[in-house]
Design a protein around this ligand. Structure first.
Ligand code: PMT
Length: 399
């Protein structure tokens, strides 16, 4: 018999809170063990007794009340959760999550969990569109919090616009998709390189590029979701490291190369998304280079090609490379695939809007050794990551 999954439904104080009765009922009927945690404001919109009856579990509202089921309540709930769903998620609660505040039971549970957290924002359109709220949502997404986009329609305040809680059907489907996501990389170790490298010129200057690490971190999150052990070798980024990834922070290509060689034997799959600088200053000046009249010429030395080196060491590993191109996408990518001994390669065309560096989406072509090419439309980097792992050769994934 499979164990029942624990779904924590966190309800915050918005008018849509009443819709959670339907969600809780649906989850319970479908075999999930539902624990409802409510903020004080949420209890003004729907009675805890309703949710207790529908979930068959005590409803948790108070940090300091004794519930026999949990030894230390907020930690117990946070650890038992297979997923935490915040619906409706108010602007206030999102702001608290962004800051890491833990001043009530629900915010403390969210801070203490390692389970995926899914938020369904619901609020007045102006509050949603306010740059502060948008900034909070973006920061939380960057930290790996999952979101369901608010729907459009008539709002409780009488106006029509974006900000409605999405249908309970959609929320239920998202929960079910996350909980039933494939675990086909269980037992595998995935080594991922991500972000830019920085090549020092002197104590204050370096050469770098526009990579933010978003593509690599999305791959790390997807591999973790599928049960893999993830070794994330990252150049400097401002992104939050996915929970459970083993992080190796580096700055230069030479450092990235050293750590990749050291970790390579542990890896079953390598995905190289890092935008590694091909050149570094030939010599490093330990004093700040002084401005003089006229031009300054910098001599550059070739950096190691990390992926090519791993291709030469390859034994059982599957090697997946990226190619960032501005012309002859497929032909150039094919040359790289041969030269670096790759199993397949993801080519992104940097000339297209919505592809490559910095943006939230990518437009890629997957190129395989047998010559086939799979062109993908513009999609989120998380979706690209899913397709990359879906394309692994049979035998590399658990059936
Ligand atoms: O980080 P983001 O802002 O999300 O942007 C994503 C991305 C554009 C950086 C990513 O999608 C991408 O294309 N990464 C590869 C960028 C690149 O360096 O491409 P390349 O064609 O120069 O290199 C080909 C492959 O060899 C890459 O897998 C690269 O990691 C690897 N390489 C390159 C040079 C080098 N010295 N060592 C390497 O290992």
């Amino acid at each position: 018999m499979t164990e029942r999954k624990n779904v924590v439904v966190g309800i915050t104080g918005g008018i849509a809170a009443y819709k959670m009765a339907d969600l809780v009922s649906r989850l319970s009927k479908n075999g999930f063990n539902v624990h409802v945690v409510m903020t004080e404001a949420a209890t003004r919109f729907i009675a805890p007794l309703t949710l207790r009856t529908l979930s068959n579990n005590p409803v948790l509202t108070d940090m300091f009340e004794e519930y026999s089921e949990w030894k230390v309540q907020h930690i117990g709930v946070a650890e038992a959760a297979d997923i935490i769903v915040i619906a409706p998620a108010t602007a206030n609660f999102l702001a608290k999550m962004r800051c890491g505040l833990a001043d009530d039971l629900l915010s403390t549970v969210v801070l203490a969990t390692r389970a995926p957290v899914l938020a369904a924002p619901s609020m007045n359109t102006n509050m949603l569109d306010n740059p502060v709220t948008q900034d909070n949502i973006k920061a939380l997404k960057d930290r790996g919090i999952l979101f369901i986009e608010p729907a459009e329609g008539e709002l409780a305040c009488g106006v029509s616009g974006r900000g409605r809680l999405p249908d309970v059907d959609i929320i239920y489907q998202n929960i079910s998709d996350i909980l039933n996501s494939k675990k086909d990389l269980q037992g595998k170790t995935v080594l991922i390189t991500a972000g830019p490298t920085q090549e020092d010129i002197d104590p204050v200057r370096f050469i770098t590029n526009r990579s933010t690490g978003k593509m690599g971190y999305a791959l790390a999150q997807e591999a973790i979701n599928r049960g893999a052990r993830v070794l994330l070798v990252s150049g400097p980024t401002s992104l939050a490291v996915p929970v459970n990834a083993e992080i190796y922070r580096v700055r230069s290509a030479v450092e990235m190369n050293e750590i990749c060689i050291e970790l390579f034997d542990q890896a079953d799959i390598v995905v190289a998304t890092a935008a590694v600088a091909d050149y570094r200053p030939l010599s490093y000046s330990d004093q700040k280079i002084k401005k003089k009249d006229g031009d300054l010429t910098l001599k550059l030395a070739r950096n190691p090609d990390i992926l090519e080196g791993l291709g030469q060491r390859k034994k059982h590993q599957i090697l997946i490379g990226f190619a960032a191109e501005t012309s002859n996408l497929i032909e150039n990518a094919r040359v790289k695939m041969q030269k670096k001994n790759l199993d397949y390669l993801v080519a992104n065309d940097l000339t297209r809007e919505g592809a490559g560096f910095g943006v939230e989406t990518n437009i890629c072509s997957l190129i395989f050794r047998d010559g086939t090419v799979k062109n993908l439309p513009q999609m989120s980097k998380a979706d690209v990551a899913r397709i990359i792992f879906d394309s692994l050769p049979a035998g590399q994934v658990a059936e």
